[in-house]
Design a protein around this ligand. Structure first.
Ligand SMILES: *Cc1c(COP(=O)(O)O)cnc(C)c1O
Length: 343
């Protein structure tokens, strides 16, 4: 069986046609290097228009770099960053945020469904205030979370109120920001700057690009000298237009949102098809493009031997991810295989 249209990860998918077309257009004539080109200007303006505010926008290669550099820019080496214990910055970035900030420590909080609560933030901030402990300076929220859930605008505002109380900057890991916007059906500003987010790492890769994440500073003061930070970290693409042109392809006609809606709808089809099958249960509510499901080990093994790929996550549940490229036919094939195995 081919690897295509799998459920292992949204980044198993390829490049969506609109992004590919923009890349092709950007390839026709020479353009200035290092982000001084017209595509990069257009993409950054497009992101400002999308968020309906005058933010500072930078493009980097991947999510680890975006998160690490953004976090490094909103604190000092002696500061700490509060995040959920399941946060990608803690579990999957090989210490990148700590490295980029020359040692800022991550403080791990808890909360149901992968979401930090104001209480857990408050607990971490007030637990120690002495000079021997790294001073909390930032909060990192993943939207949508690593377990496929979303922070509502109300939840974000409640967290902002706590952050205000303790003078914390808010970073948002938006690896699946598009999926969260699609699921909540809100304007992107409602879950970012209007809810007090200072900097957003907005993923293009998981939405349908080959590569490229936008680091969006709503709090422009924090972006001071960010371009030097990117350059030093090896994140300034010389042929920047091949990151920014595909972004233009995503932004035009809200392709980013259509891609996310499609991925979310495929996950919903998968979740409702699995619901109620004997021995199978959802581990987390299905809110975006991932379905986390408890399945007996022999069923998982049988699915894998049929060629299906998916990761095990958090206590062994199977993580099934959908992308812009997932087809309903593949979802239905997977469901048919599961039904046959549980029968
Ligand atoms: C995929 C992902 C990232 C980015 O990962 P890279 O592999 O560095 O691009 C960041 N945060 C979350 C929650 C992710 O799922």
């Amino acid at each position: 069986m081919s690897v295509s249209e799998q459920f292992a990860s949204d980044n198993y998918s390829g490049v969506c046609p609109q992004a590919w077309k923009a890349m092709d257009e950007a390839n026709r004539v020479d353009e200035a290097a290092y982000g001084e080109d017209s595509w990069t200007q257009r993409a950054a303006d497009g992101i400002r228009a999308l968020f309906d505010t005058d933010c500072d926008v930078y493009f980097v290669f991947n999510g680890t770099a975006a998160n690490s550099l953004a976090l490094a820019s909103i604190g000092q080496s002696f500061h700490s960053v509060i995040c959920h214990e399941l946060a990608h910055i803690e579990t999957d970035e090989c210490g990148g945020p700590e490295y980029a900030s020359n040692g800022a420590k991550l403080l791990l909080g808890q909360g149901p469904d992968g979401k930090l609560t104001p209480e857990s933030i408050e607990h971490l901030v007030t637990k120690r205030t002495d000079i021997h402990y790294p001073k909390p300076k930032a909060l990192s929220l993943t939207q949508a979370t690593e377990v496929g859930t979303i922070y509502t605008p109300d939840e974000l505002r409640a967290i902002r109120a706590t952050a205000d109380q303790y003078n914390l900057n808010i970073h948002m890991d938006g690896a699946r920001f598009a999926n969260a916007v699609a699921a909540l059906d809100v304007h992107p500003s409602e879950i970012t700057w209007k809810a007090g987010v200072d900097v957003l790492c907005f993923s293009g890769t998981k939405n349908g690009l080959a590569l490229g994440e936008a680091v969006v500073f709503f709090n422009k003061r924090l972006a001071e000298d960010f371009e030097w930070r990117c350059k030093q970290a090896g994140q300034l693409a010389s042929k920047m237009r091949f990151i920014s042109a595909p972004w233009c392809g995503l932004l035009e006609d809200d392709v980013w949102l259509k891609n996310a809606r499609h991925a979310n709808a495929c996950a919903e089809r998968l979740a409702s098809g699995l619901a109620g099958l004997p021995g199978i249960a959802l581990r987390y509510p299905r809110e975006v493009n991932g379905v986390f499901v408890e399945m007996p080990e022999p069923i998982q093994a049988a699915l894998r031997s049929k060629g299906w790929r998916f990761y095990n996550f958090i206590g062994g549940s199977a993580r099934l991810m959908c992308s812009w490229a997932t087809t309903t036919e593949r979802v239905d094939q997977f469901l048919a295989d599961v039904r046959e195995l549980v029968a």
